[in-house]
Design a protein around this ligand. Sequence first.
Ligand SMILES: Cc1cc2nc3c(=O)[nH]c(=O)nc-3n(C[C@H](O)[C@H](O)[C@H](O)COP(=O)(O)O)c2cc1C
Length: 425
Amino acid sequence: MEERVLTRNIGRPGSETLKAYRDSGGYTALSRALKEMSPEDVAERVTRSGLRGRGGAGFPTGKKWSFIPKGTGKQIYLCVNADESEPGTFKDRLLIEKDPHMVVEGTALAAYAIGCRRAYIYIRGEFVHGARVLEGALREARAAGFLGRDVLGSGVDIEIHVHRGAGAYICGEETALIESLEGKRGHPRLKPPFPAVVGLYGCPTVVNNVETLACVPHIIERGPEWFASLGPPNNGGTKLFSVSGHVSRPGVYEVRMGTPLRALLDEQCGGVAGGRRLKAVIPGGSSVPVLTADDIDVALDFESVAAKGSMLGSGGVIVMDERTCMVKAGAVVARFYAHESCGQCTPCREGTPWMERVLWRIERGEGQSGDLELLLSMCVNIFGRCLCPLGDAAAMPVRSYIQRFRDEFEYHIRERRCLAAGGFS
Ligand SMILES: Cc1cc2nc3c(=O)[nH]c(=O)nc-3n(C[C@H](O)[C@H](O)[C@H](O)COP(=O)(O)O)c2cc1C
């Protein structure tokens, strides 16, 4: 069931080297594109492939590129989002560390398609090794003529720089990333204007996730129809899922879009560890609504997961078995978003720590009647009312934990103890 497209080189010795990448056909897509295709041809192929952003929102990649205004005379920038800070998500890191040239080639192709001469890979500060590996790959690519001035004699200039962040979740949000890249505090900007029009240094900018761009060489090499055929309509390609928590074999798995979640968990990950019962699954990183064990017969594509009331998000699958206390799980998730709130807007700055406090008091056995209504009203007052989607990311899980495991929350408040075996810590 595994379909290794993006991960095809991973596990081979020296997979991060230019030699290994070229031995597997690497950089032929870039050479072909520069020789035989116009930038518009490349963008058009990406549109036809059905590729959607792998950073969380699932926005169609070709469409995003088409928003870049033409003929403004301004520089055009491409920012590669390698911040990967969403809890439960660790797939971009694998690509960066094990196959950095695929990320470089994808970035160069995207830069060519949108008319960008200077791209930045914004990588989270904690990924020290990944940043070094990328720097090494860029050096090799420059020396071989795949980057720099007049790439492969095409007359096109493409330069790529690595920029290290300082380790803040909010800097994964595209406008905060741009601010941080400009040397400022990572505070999200109000939208509109969108980065495609006013982005880095006030210029048109595309922000794309690492995995999104890693798909591009394969689309150019093997064709958009092939890529589209790997998944359901409008969900082209394979997807990397980083699976963690109570499964027998946690790790990064590459499967076709639309693969059933149950098959991913049972066949790839060896099911719930220790033969225990499944209780809950977060399908797309800690910010998305949780699914119950009854919901896992769902195809892993953007629409099907949304129809179950959750999101495919970043593909960070977190599995919880029957011993998990959902009140504590909710409190831990709330703590993360309260800690990472940038503090610019009131609902998020004030609401996220308040939610966290109430959840911990319920968890400690000090909950009060009315606490669940209070929490749900906080969710209403945060969701959709913040400057950026971090507020939604904090509210969505809390609301879903209460809605889907309400008995457990009520038991905690009434009995001042936990229903689940792994309760208080
Ligand atoms: C709070 C917050 C954090 C985010 N963190 C990341 C991240 O770490 N990596 C990422 O690719 N996208 C992240 N995103 C999504 C980006 O804003 C943006 O949509 C994405 O990089 C676009 O790339 P794509 O179209 O290729 O998915 C985050 C969004 C929000 C609101």
